[in-house]
Design a protein around this ligand. Structure first.
Ligand code: FES
Length: 144
């Protein structure tokens, strides 16, 4: 059901924790399944130099966030904003269809952290980051 890579990132997640002097912090959640994702970023010269996450979430949310942090670390903010949940799922070799929505939590928490970074810089993030969605909209989050 889950690829080896999903299991690897679930059982040995990368970049778990928090950054006490973070330049941006994003938190997104889903009221229906109760999962919450908090993402911390450090930014230097427009590059995301460090990223960490903490979650109360299912295995798929942990695996997608873990690989997503690896995909944005060392990259520019613009590149991080381009990271879609689809690209994250592809990097993991796929997820079961009913768990795809869990990957949105990773994408949206990164966006929320970047929005917070811009707000702290005195820049309105709305036009740069766009809308930040909750992790799913169908209320079908089944914890597995
Ligand atoms: Fe809601 Fe995975 S994020 S069940």
């Amino acid at each position: 059901m889950y690829t080896e890579l999903v299991m690897d990132h679930f059982t040995n997640p990368r970049n778990v924790g928090e950054i006490t002097d973070a330049d941006g912090i994003g938190e997104v959640g889903n009221a229906k399944c109760g999962d919450i994702m908090k993402m911390y970023i450090k930014v230097e010269n427009n590059i995301i130099t460090d990223v960490k996450f903490k979650t109360y979430g299912c295995g798929s949310a942990i695996a997608t966030s873990s690989i997503a942090t690896e995909m944005i670390k060392g990259h520019t903010i613009e590149e991080a904003l381009q990271l879609s949940n689809k690209a994250v799922v592809e990097a993991l070799g796929g997820l079961p269809a009913h768990k795809i929505h869990c990957s949105v939590l990773a994408e949206q928490s990164i966006k929320a952290a970047i929005a917070d970074y811009y707000t702290r810089q005195g820049i309105d993030p709305t036009l740069i980051v766009g809308e930040i969605h909750e992790c799913c909209h169908d209320g079908e989050c089944g914890k597995e």
